[in-house]
Design a protein around this ligand. Structure first.
Ligand code: HEM
Ligand code: NAG
Ligand code: NAG
Ligand code: NAG
Ligand code: NAG
Length: 428
C-alpha cells in the first residue's frame, strides 16, 4: 500500500497530478479509490420530480431575500415562522441528495433550497440569508465556491452531495464531472468536524464517533441526557475539537491533505457557534440546537447519539419559543476574525502526508512553510484567492480552473471584494 501512496504524491506531469478529480485517469486508480468514486456517482440518488425551493411570501418574509438579491429585513426572526407549512421539515427520501454540509442539508429538508438537493446559486443566496442571516457578501462567497468548484458555472446549478452532472450541467459534461459538494479536495477536505477523511471511504456522512468527541468537550456537568443545560458548544470547544481532528487525521491518514482551502474548515467550524445558536447564550449553542442541525437522536446516559436523518431547524422540546436567527448578519469580515481566532487557539501546519505520520508543509499565498499569517487582511484575500486562483489540491498538484469557472467566479466575487484591498483577478 505505502508504495502507492508515495507515488501519488510525487511531482507528476499535469494530468497525472489530479488524483482526486473524478474522471481523470491517474495513479490513484490503482488504489481503488477512483472506482469507489465512480460507484458513488452511479448510485447518486435521482429524483425525476425536481421541485424548486419554496419562495418566501409577504406573510412569511424572513430576511426578505429572494431571486439571489440581498436581504431587506433585519435578523432575529423565527425559522420556520409559525404557520409556514411550505418550510416545515420534511425528511429526505431515498431519491434526495444530501452531503457534507449540515447547514445546506437542513435548508433542503425545509425546502429553502430544492428538497432533492440539486440547487442553484440564487437558491443558495436566499436560503443562507432567510434561515441563518448570513450576510450577503458571505453568502455570495460560499455559493461561489460551491458552484464554482463543485457545480456548473453556466447553469449555476450544484448538487449538495454526490455527482448529479446529468442534472446540473447544460452542456452534457463538456466541462467534465460536476462532482457536487462530496468531491474531495475542492471544497470538502480532511479533518472535518463530524465527517471522516475521504481516504477512509466516506467524506460526507455524519459520523457519530466524531460528534461524541465534540460533545464530550462541550459537556459542562449534569445529566448527559439534558439537552438544554448540559452542553455548550462554544468557540473554545470547537477550536479544540478541530485541533483534535487534525491531529487524528495527520496520524492515521497517509493521504492527509490540509491545503489552503482548509481555512474554509475553520469558517465552517465557526458556523456552529455563530449561526446555529438560539437556545443557549450567543456564541454557545445548546445540544438542542446542534443535535437538531446535525440530525441526531438525543444523547443517551453516556452522551452518545446516532444519526436520525432528521437534519432540521431546532424545535424547543419544552414547547417554548422556536429557533431564531442571529440578529446581526454574519459577514465576511466577522468570519475572517473567527478563522484567525480558531487557528491561533491551536496553530497547526498546512500541508499533507506523504505516508502515515510523514508530513510535508506547503507554502501558498499567506501560508509560509505551513504557517498561516494571522493578519485578518491576509486571510480575507486568501478567501478570494481560493475561488479565483489555481490552488494546490494535493502536495503534488494544483487544481486548474477552467476559463468558464474563472469568468463565473470573478463575475460574482469582484463586486463583493471591490473595496477589500485585495488584488483582484480580471474577468476573462
Ligand atoms: C452555499 C453555501 C455553502 C456551501 C457551498 C457549503 C459547503 C460545505 C462543505 C463542502 C462542507 C464540508 C467541509 C469539510 O470538508 O468539512 C461544509 C461543512 C459545513 N458547513 Fe457548509 N456550506 C455552505 C453554507 C453553510 C451554512 C450557511 C452553514 C450553517 C448555517 C453551514 C454549516 C456547515 C458546517 C457546520 C460544516 C461542518 C460539518 C462537519 O464536518 O461537522 N454551511 N459546508
Ligand atoms: C466513524 O469513525 C470511526 C472512527 O474513525 C470509525 O471507526 C467508524 O467506522 C466510523 N463510522 C462510520 C459509520 O463510518
Ligand atoms: C466553553 O464550554 C466549555 C464546556 O461546556 C466550558 O467548560 C468553558 O468554560 C466554556 N468557555 C467559555 C469561554 O465560555
Ligand atoms: C428521530 O426520527 C424519528 C422519526 O423519523 C422522530 O420521530 C424523532 O423525533 C427523531 N428524534 C429526534 C431527537 O429528532
Ligand atoms: C460586518 O458585521 C459587523 C458585525 O455585525 C459589522 O460591524 C460590520 O459593519 C459589517 N461589515 C460589513 C462590510 O457589512
Amino acid at each position: 500500500m505505502s508504495g502507492i501512496f508515495l507515488l501519488a504524491f510525487m511531482a507528476v506531469p499535469n494530468a497525472m497530478a489530479f488524483p482526486w478529480v473524478a474522471g481523470i485517469s491517474g495513479i490513484r486508480s490503482s488504489s481503488g479509490l477512483e472506482s469507489q468514486l465512480a460507484k458513488r456517482q452511479s448510485t447518486c440518488p435521482f429524483n425525476a420530480n425536481h421541485v424548486a425551493a419554496a419562495p418566501i411570501t409577504s406573510e412569511f418574509p424572513y430576511a426578505g431575500a429572494q431571486n439571489g438579491l440581498p436581504s431587506t429585513l433585519r435578523g432575529n426572526f423565527q425559522v420556520p415562522a409559525n404557520g409556514d407549512t411550505a418550510h416545515a421539515f420534511v425528511a429526505p427520501g431515498p431519491n434526495d441528495i444530501r452531503g457534507p454540509c449540515p447547514g445546506l442539508n437542513t435548508a433542503a429538508n425545509h425546502n429553502f433550497i430544492s428538497h432533492d438537493g440539486v440547487t442553484t446559486f440564487a437558491e443558495l443566496l436566499d436560503a443562507q440569508q432567510n434561515i441563518y442571516n448570513v450576510g450577503y457578501d458571505l453568502a455570495v462567497l460560499l455559493a461561489t465556491l460551491g458552484v464554482g468548484l463543485d457545480g456548473d458555472p453556466i447553469t449555476e446549478k450544484m448538487s449538495i452531495g454526490c455527482d448529479a452532472t446529468s442534472r446540473t450541467s447544460a452542456t452534457g459534461s463538456l466541462l467534465g464531472a460536476e462532482g457536487g459538494l462530496d468531491t474531495h479536495n475542492k471544497f470538502e477536505g480532511d479533518a472535518s468536524l463530524t465527517r471522516a477523511d475521504f481516504f477512509f471511504g466516506d467524506d460526507h456522512t455524519f459520523n457519530a464517533t466524531y460528534f461524541a468527541q465534540l460533545t464530550a468537550l462541550a459537556y459542562n456537568g449534569g445529566p448527559k441526557t439534558d439537552v438544554i443545560n448540559s452542553y455548550s458548544y462554544n468557540q473554545t470547544v470547537v477550536a479544540q475539537h478541530q485541533f483534535n481532528r487534525y491531529q487524528n487525521s495527520k496520524a492515521t491518514n497517509p493521504n492527509f491533505f490540509f491545503g489552503p482551502k482548509a481555512i474554509l474548515l475553520y469558517g465552517a467550524a465557526s458556523f456552529l457557534y455563530e449561526l446555529f445558536p438560539s437556545h443557549g447564550p450567543d456564541g454557545a449553542p445548546a445540544f438542542i440546537d446542534l443535535g437538531a442541525f446535525y440530525g441526531t437522536t438525543n444523547p443517551d446516559a453516556n452522551g452518545n447519539v446516532v444519526f436520525n436523518n432528521t437534519e432540521h431547524i431546532p424545535i424547543n422540546p419544552t414547547g417554548g419559543p422556536g429557533w431564531f436567527s442571529r440578529t446581526d448578519a454574519y459577514n465576511i469580515s466577522a468570519l475572517v476574525v473567527q478563522v484567525v481566532d480558531l487557528y491561533t487557539a491551536h496553530p497547526v501546519l498546512f500541508g499533507g502526508n506523504v505516508g502515515a505520520g510523514d508530513f510535508d508543509a506547503l507554502s501558498f499565498g499567506p501560508i509560509t512553510n505551513g504557517q498561516l499569517s494571522t493578519i485578518t487582511q491576509d486571510v480575507l484575500c486568501l478567501l478570494y484567492q481560493l475561488a479565483t486562483d489555481n490552488v494546490p489540491d494535493s502536495l503534488g498538484g494544483v487544481l486548474t480552473l477552467p476559463s468558464e469557472v474563472l469568468t463565473f467566479v470573478t463575475g460574482k466575487l469582484n463586486p463583493i471584494f471591490a473595496n477589500s484591498g485585495c488584488t483582484l483577478v480580471s474577468p476573462l
